[in-house]
Design a protein around this ligand. Structure first.
Ligand code: SAH
Length: 220
C-alpha cells in the first residue's frame, strides 16, 4: 500500500483513540479502514489539492464545498454499520469519496447532490473506477429519494438545522440515520438515529463536528 495512504490510516486510528470516550469505542471496524486503504482519495480532490489528499483534514472541492476529513468519513461509515446486502441513501455526494467507500461495503448506494456540476463530476469518477452499484441524482436532499425507499441506512454529509422528516420516513425499521445537526458554521452535533420497531427513534449524540450546510433551494 502507498505510504501516504498508510499514514492516513494511522492518523485515523490515532484520532479514534483520542476520541474513544465520545464515540464509545477504541477502534473502528477494520474492514472500513481496509476499504479506505484501497480507494484513492487523490482522485476525488482537485488537481491543486493532490499533495494534501492523504492529510487527515477536509479539503476544498470547488463550489464552496469540501470533501470530509478522513477520520469523519471512517467514523460515519462505522456508525452506519453497512452490510453487503444493504441499500443506502447518501445526501451530499460532493466529491463522491464517501459514496465510493459505501459502495464498496453495500449492495447499492443512492446518492443525492444539489450542485449539478459536483454530481456530474462524481458520476464520471464512479464510471471510470467501474463503481457500478452507485446511482446519483441532482435534487434536494431534504426530500430524500422516495422512489428507492425504504433504505437500510441513510447518511447525510452536510449539516441540517433539524432531522428532515422525509429521511426518517424513508428509513427502514431497524435502520440507522447518521446526520450532523446544528446551525451552519456554528455548533453541530453528529447524531446517530435508530428507528425502533414501534416507530419511535433512539438518538445518540456522538461528537461536535463542522460541516458545510445542507442548503435549501433550487439545484444549481
Ligand atoms: N460526502 C462529500 C461531502 C461533500 S460536502 C465528500 O466527502 O466529498 C456536502 C455536500 O452536500 C456538498 O457537495 C453540497 O453541495 C451538498 N448539499 C448541500 N445541500 C444539499 C441538499 N439540500 N441536497 C443535496 N446535497 C446538498
Amino acid at each position: 500500500m502507498h505510504k501516504h495512504i498508510q499514514r492516513m490510516l494511522s492518523d485515523i486510528r490515532k484520532e479514534v483513540e483520542y476520541t474513544r470516550s465520545m464515540i464509545g469505542k477504541d477502534a473502528l471496524d477494520p474492514q472500513i479502514l481496509e476499504v479506505m486503504g484501497r480507494i484513492p482519495r487523490d482522485q476525488f480532490v482537485p488537481e491543486a489539492q493532490r499533495n494534501h489528499a492523504y492529510d487527515n483534514g477536509p479539503l476544498p472541492i470547488g463550489h464552496g464545498q469540501t470533501i470530509s476529513q478522513p477520520y469523519i468519513v471512517a467514523l460515519m461509515t462505522d456508525m452506519l454499520a453497512p452490510q453487503p446486502h444493504h441499500r443506502v441513501l447518501e445526501i451530499g455526494t460532493g466529491s463522491g469519496y464517501q459514496t465510493a467507500i459505501l459502495a464498496s461495503l453495500c449492495e447499492r448506494v443512492y446518492s443525492v447532490e444539489l450542485t449539478r456540476a459536483l454530481s456530474e463530476q462524481a458520476t464520471e469518477r464512479f464510471r471510470q473506477m467501474s463503481l457500478d452499484n452507485i446511482e446519483t441524482r441532482v435534487s434536494d436532499g431534504y426530500q430524500g429519494w422516495p422512489e428507492h425507499a425504504p433504505y437500510d441506512g441513510i447518511m447525510v454529509t452536510a449539516a441540517a438545522p433539524y432531522v428532515p422528516e422525509a429521511l426518517l420516513d424513508q428509513l427502514k425499521t431497524g435502520g440507522r440515520l447518521i446526520i450532523p445537526v446544528g446551525e451552519p458554521y456554528s455548533h453541530q452535533d453528529l447524531i446517530l438515529l435508530e428507528k425502533e420497531p414501534d416507530g419511535s427513534t433512539r438518538q445518540k449524540h456522538l461528537l461536535a463536528v463542522a460541516f458545510v450546510p445542507l442548503r435549501h433551494g433550487e439545484t444549481s
